[in-house]
Design a protein around this ligand. Structure first.
Ligand SMILES: Nc1ncnc2c1ncn2[C@@H]1O[C@H](COP(=O)(O)OP(=O)(O)O)[C@@H](O)[C@H]1O
Ligand SMILES: [Mg+2]
Length: 411
């Protein structure tokens, strides 16, 4: 048995985490500005599996001073890090911010002692929460609670000024709450109230899937204006390779026998993943598992990708099977998707598809119609006759089958 360092199912550890230099620099700037009283709230959109939660964990570790910043600056924030879900209401989001505020304080003994009043407030809050929960939620005054939270943010920063630079509120999966949660309004009010109280050392960072910005805007027209935003991109080829190599380095610290990887195998892992960290972890995990002679070769990568427990199957089970297998009975339709995948998530018209595969006009028309109706492809609202795949990762997954010259619908 050997320790397998790759983690397809959990957030990247700092040893495995690679790339994201620009994004982290952007956030470092924001922390530095906040420390000096000019908070720059940030928002990051990215598809599933691109590494949003992993990035936020790194940011948390940096903001609390556990790992150094890229610049030589030092910061020391109290970090609230929450993950939202689709069932939460406005009130429940506030409650989970408060609960994590309490957890963060509990971990910082000096700050907790200096701001004992805040600790008491948060302890009572829980009782309050339970009580409120039992009664009709419409009767509680969520705005009062928001106010109370702001007052306590300000208090802790004032009382423990020497022990901290400010508060960072990280909100992961921010696209998930429904409309009734009014997250846009919540963050807008929160930042406004902080500003009014002159509490300018609290910064909010949010992340979620593409569409987050428009969702926030629907909740409150100007809520997105308080954020500087950026879109997470796939990792570069070089970063892909670094992820795999850093994984092997970790493994070689633990395992007696050292594991190496052939150059072409490393290359193939990078190509198959198309820079999606989640894909990369999955393919690398399976290739590592296949290897029997401590040298990962191209066959190990291929064998790890296929088979009933292979990486492609795993990724399919997690994300795509419903789109690709369950909803489509026709192999012809899947060929259309394969052709479209070569263009990633860009707009594609009939001619472009016909240049890729030979298909009868009527079959193609039927396929496009059926795929559109089932929400598997997206029609271009500005250009009739153009369609695209819903995400880059869906395209990357379909392409990975190809690259290995396998037929994806033989599952
Ligand atoms: N920068 C990175 N370097 C290496 N692996 C990463 C990186 N970012 C994410 N991962 C890995 O990719 C997978 C998905 O990451 P996660 O942070 O959960 O993505 P998201 O939150 O966007 O869905 C996990 O297996 C994680 O370990
Ligand atoms: Mg995540």
């Amino acid at each position: 048995m050997r320790y397998n360092p790759f983690r397809p199912n959990s957030i990247a550890s700092s040893a495995l985490f690679q790339g994201r230099k620009e994004e982290m620099m952007f956030i470092e700037q924001s922390l530095f500005q906040t420390k000096n009283g000019n908070p720059q709230h940030f928002l990051i959109e990215g598809e599933r599996g691109l590494g949003k939660s992993s990035l936020f964990l790194m940011v948390e570790n940096q903001a609390t001073g556990q790992i150094p910043l890229q610049s030589s600056e030092k910061v020391n924030f109290l970090v609230i890090n929450i993950e939202l879900d689709s069932t939460q209401t406005f009130f429940e989001i506030l409650k989970s911010i408060a609960a994590d505020f309490k957890r963060a304080l509990a971990e910082r003994d000096k700050i907790k002692k200096l701001a004992s009043g805040v600790w008491d407030f948060l302890s009572n809050w829980e009782i309050l929460g339970v009580r409120y929960h039992r009664i009709d939620e419409n009767l509680v005054q969520p705005y009062e609670i928001l106010n109370a939270l702001v007052v306590n943010f300000e208090k802790v920063i004032r009382l423990a000024e020497k022990e901290m630079d400010g508060i960072l509120i990280l909100i992961d999966e921010a696209d998930r709450p429904g409309e009734k949660a009014s997250l846009g309004e919540l963050v807008k009010l929160l930042t406004e109230k902080l500003t009014k109280r002159g509490c300018d050392q609290v910064v909010i960072g949010m992340t979620g899937q593409p569409g987050l910005i428009s969702k926030l805007r629907a909740s409150h027209e100007s809520s997105t204006r308080i954020f500087s935003s950026l879109t997470l991109k796939p990792l570069s080829d070089e970063e892909n390779r670094e992820v795999v190599l850093s994984g092997l380095e970790e493994a070689n610290k633990v395992n007696k026998e050292q594991t190496f990887i052939d150059k072409d195998a490393l290359e193939l892992l990078s190509q198959l993943s198309e820079g999606y960290p989640h894909f990369l972890q999955e393919f690398a995990f399976k290739a590592f598992e296949q290897d029997v002679n401590n040298r990962i070769c191209i066959e190990d990568v291929k064998n790890g990708a296929f088979g009933p427990f292979g990486a492609l199957k795993q990724l399919g089970n997690k994300y795509f099977n419903d789109l690709y297998f369950t909803q489509i009975g026709s192999d012809e339709y899947r060929r259309v998707l394969q052709a479209m995948a070569r263009f990633s998530d860009s707009w594609v018209n009939r001619e472009m598809i016909k240049n890729e595969i030979s298909i009868k006009e009527t079959t193609l028309n039927n396929a496009l119609q059926a795929l559109k109706t089932r929400g598997i492809i997206v029609p271009n609202p500005a250009q009739p006759g153009e369609f695209r795949l819903p995400t880059k990762s869906f395209a990357a997954w379909i392409k990975a089958f190809y690259m290995l010259k396998e037929d994806p619908f033989i599952s």
